[in-house]
Design a protein around this ligand. Structure first.
Ligand SMILES: Nc1ncnc2c1ncn2[C@@H]1O[C@H](COP(=O)(O)OP(=O)(O)OP(=O)(O)O)[C@@H](O)[C@H]1O
Length: 710
């Protein structure tokens, strides 16, 4: 059971949301009419006083037409209406399908398909992912509802909704698959940052019993993560051959031929001959049990053999046998013998010993790893003990050892894994052990793999996850990144994953991306000015910098009086967050300012992939600030390094030069304007709908409303 800080924080956050959301949240968000029937769709079922079902829950099969109907294929619906509520007030009604036959909406012109989605996408981001139950799209809905058996891989470009699909699928399965309530479900995010970002969604969906953790927390041991190692070490430790190395390392610690064993009982010296000892150890080795469990069995067997030898000895000497088998089992000699023949280890003890002992490494790695790979494992003993820190790759070696030493971990009926493209084979094995049925949802984008494990297909990873069957589903529509920004980012795809196509963005975006040069001495002030104007536009903003520059920018932003959260520490509570490029994955902000893309490209073997990820984090605006020459993919941009005020602009087809100043944002509705808009929307409701809205308003105003939880 993970007991780390990030998991505890995620749990606390979930509990807060559940507690605070009592009686709030969008109770009803959809309506689907057929000629015969009218269904209201909400977060959960709602009954009236007469126990009549008034609102069905979104995960009920009956809600399917609401999600799958389109103008071209209305699936029997004559009205599909989305009710948008903010802070307990209905602020907008969006009708996407309105048939002439729909008697109560005679004055309405059907709006363009997707208006509800676009309205949802326009909402500002606040550092926490939200649920999207009111606007799930047909291609997403199909994946959310796919069968729990086997593994579903969800491949999709940045912002195609993989994470929301995975989370809604978890909620859907939790509601619809009875057996999963017993066997449990797990959601795994790659980092504490991403866990913090996504952890509100399931509680918002009313799901409180799905465990959410970050990947290294799968291992419940005492090891502290905090070591960053060379690429080669991570790669070697993450490879599946490491499992064989560890198996051998443990096997090397078993003494298969301990020789004659002599012990004393009272005044008698008894010997167990070497051949008997070999048989005892061979019997232990043949058992299909974890190493530390075998030791208990071995203690029994040894005690029996020792007792038999003692009885034979006493018979031979013509003396009475006074010691019982249990007396012999407790003899120090037996414990010492066990420590020599079959020592008990914790995973940390064993791995620490292995890394620090050249001869042991040589024997365990022989024929499995190359000499260089073996050298990457060696850790000088002085680095090993106090203040010990382990790398993430080490954690999965410890997890493998924990399995060999103490047997299988706690398992789950279904596991959802976010950013699965980065999993090492050893991490995949660790997940596989936790879900013996192979029922996984793996969410990822092969183009966004940035660690040591970059793949062209999902096949190799699936070998290690080993599900009984799998399907790969693709998401193709981009919901996050505006089209012109996605076009600019997609230029990187040609370098990193030529086989993949960028998603088709449905987001127009406010502005095209801007690329600005600034001499080194004014880069900071330019950054501060840009961030200031984005914040003045109420855009949540991330400043993404190369990891090695993080501390410098942290200090400089503080000096320049730009309040900002520390994205490295997972603090997303400020309007502006400083984010190291390597931790930007999976996150989302209204605006992103990317500083020195060339540095990001050069910083790691897959720097260009890190850049692609960083460029695809914004929902509205991407700004690039640079002093160094731009990396390829920006080569047709006009650059004026000598000119202080220069603005690099995109010169290719697809968008126009970027103006220096963003156009003013539309003024938010005043309360009065909002009220009159709602009143006018209400005026278009049928009498039946009005009754329902009146009941809804009454219920929202009364905290003790009676909800029937599914
Ligand atoms: N059907 C939808 N309705 C409303 N918003 C949606 C929908 N699908 C996705 N989104 C929004 O699009 C954004 C991107 O979604 P998400 O983070 O799940 O994408 P992703 O594919 O996991 O991205 P990445 O590859 O960067 O990890 C989020 O803000 C999400 O809420």
């Amino acid at each position: 059971m993970p007991n780390d800080k990030a998991s505890a924080a995620a749990l606390r956050r979930a509990l807060d949301i559940i507690r605070d959301s009592k009686g709030t949240g969008t109770l009803i968000f959809g309506r689907a009419d057929t000629p015969e029937d009218r269904l209201y769709i909400g977060r959960q079922r709602v009954y009236d006083e007469g126990r009549d079902l008034k609102v069905i829950s979104w995960h009920a099969p009956a809600a399917a037409p609401f999600y799958t109907a389109t103008v071209d294929d209305p699936r029997g619906l004559v009205l599909k209406r989305t009710i948008i509520e903010e802070e307990r007030r209905v602020v907008r009604l969006i009708d996407e399908i309105v048939a002439a036959a729909s008697s109560d909406a005679p004055d309405l012109t059907p709006s363009t398909f997707g208006d509800a989605l676009l309205a949802e996408l326009e909402r500002s981001r606040d550092g926490a992912m939200r649920d999207v139950i009111a606007t799930i799209q047909a291609e997403q809905y199909r994946i959310i509802r796919s069968a729990a058996e086997g593994t579903v891989v969800v491949q999709g470009g940045p912002g195609t909704g993989k994470t929301v699909v995975g989370l809604h699928r978890a909620a859907w399965l939790a509601y619809n698959v009875e057996s999963l309530r017993r066997t449990g479900m797990l959601v795994v995010a790659p980092t504490p940052n991403l866990l913090t970002y996504i952890s509100a969604v399931l509680p918002l969906l009313g799901v409180s019993d799905v465990m959410q953790i970050h990947l290294p927390a799968l291992y419940g041991g005492s090891a502290v993560v905090g070591r960053v190692e060379r690429w080669e070490s991570d790669r070697t430790k993450g490879d599946a051959s490491m499992a064989e190395v560890l198996r051998r390392a443990l096997s090397d610690r078993v003494d298969r031929d301990p020789g004659d064993v002599t012990f004393t009982v009272g005044a008698d010296r008894i010997t167990i001959p070497a051949a008997s000892m070999r048989d005892v150890v061979a019997d232990a080795l043949s058992r299909d049990l974890a190493h530390n469990d075998v030791r208990d069995v071995l203690r029994q067997t040894l005690a029996q053999v020792a007792h038999s030898s003692y009885l034979a000895h006493q018979r031979e000497m013509g003396r009475p046998a006074v010691a019982t088998a249990s007396t012999i089992r407790r003899l120090n000699t037996i414990t010492n013998l066990l420590d020599r023949v079959w020592p008990r280890f914790t995973p940390e003890e064993l791995l620490r010993g292995l890394y620090g002992t050249q001869s042991w490494l040589v024997s365990a790695c022989d024929g499995v790893l190359t000499v260089d790979q073996r050298a990457a494992l060696y850790r000088a003993p002085e680095n090993a003990l106090s203040e010990e820190r382990w790398s993430v790759a080490d954690i999965f070696c410890l997890d493998e050892l924990s399995h060999l030493l103490d047997g299988p971990p706690v398992s789950y009926g279904h596991i959802v894994v976010d950013e699965a493209q980065d999993l090492s084979p050893m991490q995949a094995r660790s997940l596989s052990r936790r879900c013996p049925t192979g029922s996984f949802t793996l969410l990822g984008d092969l183009a966004q793999a940035t660690g040591p494990w970059v793949r062209d297909t999902w096949d190799e990873l699936l070998l290690h996850v080993a599900p009984p069957s799998h399907i790969v589903e693709e998401l193709s529509i981009g919901y996050r990144v505006p089209a012109t920004t996605l076009d600019l980012a997609a230029r990187q795809l040609g370098y990193i994953a030529p086989g993949l196509t960028a998603p088709r963005s449905i987001r127009p975006g406010r502005n095209d991306p801007s690329v600005r040069h600034a001499p080194a001495e004014v880069l900071g002030s330019r950054l501060a000015g840009l961030v200031g104007s984005l914040l003045a536009d109420s855009l949540s903003t991330a400043v993404v910098v190369d990891d090695t520059d993080f501390d410098r920018w942290d200090a400089e932003l503080t000096t320049l009086d730009v309040p900002h959260g520390d994205g490295r520490a997972g603090d997303f509570s400020s309007a502006c967050t400083l984010v190291p490029a390597s931790l930007a994955k999976g996150l989302e902000f209204d605006a992103v300012v990317l500083v020195e893309p060339a540095k990001i490209v050069e910083s790691s073997p897959h720097g260009r992939r890190v850049l692609y990820v960083a460029m695809t984090r914004c929902t509205h605006e991407l700004h690039v600030l640079h002093t160094l020459p731009l990396p390829s993919g920006f080569s047709d941009l006009i650059d004026h390094p000598a000119d202080d005020d220069a603005t690099s602009v995109v010169d290719g087809p697809g968008w126009d030069p970027v103006p220096d100043a963003a156009p003013p944002a539309p003024a938010p509705d005043s309360d009065d304007a909002l009220r009159s808009r709602v009143m006018s929307d209400l005026g278009r409701l049928s009498p039946h709908d009005l009754t329902l809205v009146a009941a809804l308003v009454e219920r929202l105003a009364t905290p003790t409303e009676r909800l029937d939880h599914p």
